[in-house]
Design a protein around this ligand. Structure first.
Ligand SMILES: [Zn+2]
Length: 153
């Protein structure tokens, strides 16, 4: 796919180590969720990320702060492997699901410490915290597996 006037190539935000990325000429991209083709990130005049899939005739704008954060997270996860978008739509969905669950778990975890009086004793709280951490650990492990070997299968 060719993009003309593709001036928006760049980094999402402060989330990235800018120097490192520049050196590696990293190109942020995500797969089209309809056809799995790689879509390179563009930036609009307000510096918000968007994507265009020509075959699908689709434009995807990411306007919200949470959306930008989610996008940053997804791109940096995909980047750890040279993600072969077309062949691995299924793996991509799993990665998305894992990232989403991780976000939820981390929110739960941070909420846990703000709660007062809901747990009858600290044991319950500790148990819940341990459970959440274990689940996070498992998900991170799975993410790593996907990055290392999952794509070969
Ligand atoms: Zn498409």
């Amino acid at each position: 796919m060719q993009f003309r006037n593709f001036s928006g190539v760049g980094l999402l935000a402060a989330d990235y180590n800018v120097t490192l990325e520049k050196n590696r000429k990293f190109m942020p991209k995500i797969p089209c969720f309809l056809c799995s083709q790689e879509l390179e990130q563009r930036k609009d005049k307000n510096d918000k990320p968007y994507f265009i899939c020509d075959p699908c005739g689709m434009q995807i704008f990411v306007r919200g702060r949470q959306g930008v954060l989610n996008l940053t997270e997804l791109i940096s996860t995909l980047r750890k492997q040279d993600f072969p978008f077309r062949e691995h739509a299924r793996v991509l969905l799993e990665i998305q699901a894992i990232l989403t669950e991780l976000r939820g778990l981390k929110k739960e975890l941070s909420k846990l410490d703000g709660l007062l009086g809901i747990f009858t004793d600290d044991d319950d709280k500790d148990r819940t915290r341990t459970f959440l951490k274990q689940r996070i650990e498992n998900l991170l492990l799975r993410l790593e597996q996907l990055a290392n070997s999952g794509l070969a299968s």
